[in-house]
Design a protein around this ligand. Structure first.
Ligand SMILES: Cc1cc2nc3c(=O)[nH]c(=O)nc-3n(C[C@H](O)[C@H](O)[C@H](O)COP(=O)(O)OP(=O)(O)OC[C@H]3O[C@@H](n4cnc5c(N)ncnc54)[C@H](O)[C@@H]3O)c2cc1C
Length: 308
């Protein structure tokens, strides 16, 4: 019940100001977003990769309002690539981008986002790694898939994300699986209306399994984005049945969530990639993490009351 309320708050400027200014917020945010600058994040990258984990890096920020902010987002990713080049980690550290941050929702946004993301994809390829396009709310997805297809002409390793809660996703998965794409499957983190998305957890979970089966049996590279123990075990079975070796799919989880499980899967020989977000504009990302688990919100509110 709380999830949709928190997701609605994630769109409110008033709530953004209140929560960002609360003295205890930073401590709670740190659990999910372990740094604000590229300098903060380099030691985190070193530590996690030393533990046998792979990473996908996200510079937080969305809902931008000017083309200059979109250019700044592009430049933030290019600075990250420069640092990754020095670390020589190749495909062990890739990047995730939200096209909204590259200007997708501004006038002429589709072309603007493509123009801003292309240099990042090129720079990633030059250091032997790649980029995955995150999935945002359903109104943005036709543009995201078109940009993905366009980028794949020159950079076939470019990945994208599909969300099990949307009715459209089974068809998207069939198309992407046939074209040999890298595809991350997640449950979906936005507030979507009943006309386009399943609302009940059991329906979303069932859809996740159907879509995962399509991806595992297809030609592409499935990236299983979930912390759900049941789905992780089903993914292992489906991969086995589809004759995939351990390096022919991977698991992905978010930084700060089920860290022991990251290490357990990596120790079993799985490719385990940790989605690691950093930056100053963390509000939207943080609120989605609160919405996913009411206990996070209770913890946050308790800290505000006890310190306030
Ligand atoms: C690598 C990765 C990338 C993602 N990219 C996108 C994207 O591009 N677009 C998009 O819409 N969504 C994205 N998501 C978010 C996703 O849609 C879900 O909202 C999120 O993963 C929670 O779903 P779950 O599969 O973990 O299952 P759930 O049933 O929500 O959770 C299973 C268990 O995981 C733990 N858990 C899950 N979330 C939290 C949390 N926030 N805090 C603490 N514990 C938690 C709990 O123990 C919970 O019982 C991404 C998720 C991952 C892992």
């Amino acid at each position: 019940m709380l999830g949709p309320v928190i997701l609605a708050a994630s769109r409110s400027d008033r709530m953004r100001r209140l929560i960002s200014a609360a003295p205890v917020t930073r401590q709670v945010v740190d659990r999910f977003i372990p740094g604000e600058t590229v300098d903060d994040i380099v030691p985190v990258i070193k530590d996690l990769t030393a533990e046998g984990l792979e990473l996908t890096m996200d510079v937080v920020g969305e809902d931008i309002t000017t083309p200059e902010q979109a250019t700044a987002a592009r430049d933030a990713y290019l600075r990250l690539v420069e640092r990754l080049k020095e670390l020589e980690l190749g495909p062990r550290v890739e990047m995730s981008v939200k096209l909204s941050m590259f200007g997708q929702s501004l006038p002429g946004g589709h072309e603007l986002a493509l123009a801003n993301v292309r240099p990042v994809v090129e720079a990633a390829a030059a250091i032997g790694t790649t980029v995955t396009l995150d999935a945002e709310d359903h109104t943005t997805l036709d543009s995201m898939f078109a940009i993905h297809e366009e980028l794949r002409k020159d950079f076939p390793q470019t990945g994208c994300v599909i969300q099990a809660y949307l009715f459209r996703t089974e068809a998207d998965a069939r198309r992407l699986a046939a074209s040999g794409s890298r595809v991350r499957l997640v449950k979906g983190a936005y507030k979507e209306p009943a006309e386009v998305a399943y609302q009940q957890k059991h329906e979303i979970d069932k859809a996740y399994v159907r879509i995962l089966k399509t991806l595992m049996e297809g030609e592409g590279y499935p990236m299983v984005g979930s912390h759900d123990p049941r789905l992780i075990s089903i993914a292992q079975d489906l991969a086995h049945k589809a004759g995939r070796k351990l390096d022919e799919y991977e698991f992905q989880m978010l930084y700060g969530i089920r860290g022991d499980e990251h290490l357990r899967l990596a120790a079993e020989g799985h490719r385990m990639r940790v989605y690691t977000a950093y930056g100053t504009d963390w509000y939207g990302y943080f609120m989605r993490r609160l919405a996913e688990k009411p206990a996070n919100l209770r913890f946050f509110v308790r800290s505000m009351i006890s310190k306030g």
